[in-house]
Design a protein around this ligand. Sequence first.
Ligand code: TPP
Ligand code: SF4
Ligand code: MG
Length: 276
Amino acid sequence: MNGEDHPLSKYLRWEIMPTTHCPGCGGGQVLRAFIQALDDLSIDPESLVAVTGIGCSSWITSPYLKSDTLHTTHGRAVAFATGVKVMKPESPVVVIAGDGDLSGIGGNHLIHAARRNIGLVVFLVNNFIYGMTGGQVSPTTPFGVATTTTPYFNAEHPLRIAELVAAAGANYVARWTTFHARQLIEAMKEALSVKGFAFVEIISQCPVSYGRRVGLRDGLAFYKHFKERSISVEDARSLPESELEGRFVVGALARRNRPEFTESLRRLNEEACRAG
Ligand SMILES: Cc1ncc(C[n+]2csc(CCOP(=O)(O)OP(=O)(O)O)c2C)c(N)n1
Ligand code: SF4
Ligand SMILES: [Mg+2]
């Protein structure tokens, strides 16, 4: 079967395939899960705006997804997406970017977008490293790992970014790995259906810039690692924090129903106009 004959090909720009991701990268899998979620929900890609930052993970939708795609600057994807959502509140606005983009340089944009509970869908692809620029330490790099910028070992502790976004007030927060292919699609669908800020941390593999540092040389080695080290949110509750070190706590971390920001803005505007 040619790529063009695939039932999901209508979502992709086949004329520029294949993507630029390395063999074994999780980027293609995230794209596959995303277009499956769009198809399951009958979301017309023409109605969607996909916003990215700069990094390998930002090449997942831009330019391959057949929607409006906005490839912005490193760390500023959520800020650009906020502007789009305020002007086009009826359109799904989806951000897909890396751990460096969203939890490093763009960390404050992420926290405050979650606090405002603006109706963005954010998929953070956590490969534990600055992949595109050759493997510098990121805020999610595990303690002890040697990277290009921590040649002896990483002396910092990793940020638990999904827990941070949940604490900031997002209406929906989940974490899954690329090993959990079906659960990831379901989480993406729930995120796309939620009113308010929806966030999924996707633990993903970068065999090239990260895997070589930790002895995980290909996609299969990563899947085994993700499978062995994952624990459900429910099971994790009964364990002390020390036993969760190096584990991937997967499942839904927050489900809330707080008012969505652009709706509150509209109401504010109407009240201000009435007050004259
Ligand atoms: C303001 C700014 N700082 C630094 C860079 C260089 N830069 C480009 S991508 C990147 C890191 C990407 O890491 P991540 O967001 O985790 O994405 P990945 O490549 O791992 O998917 C950096 C530091 C830049 N383009 N702009
Ligand atoms: S460097 Fe890593 S994240 Fe970037 S495309 Fe290659 S495998 Fe994927
Ligand atoms: Mg990264």
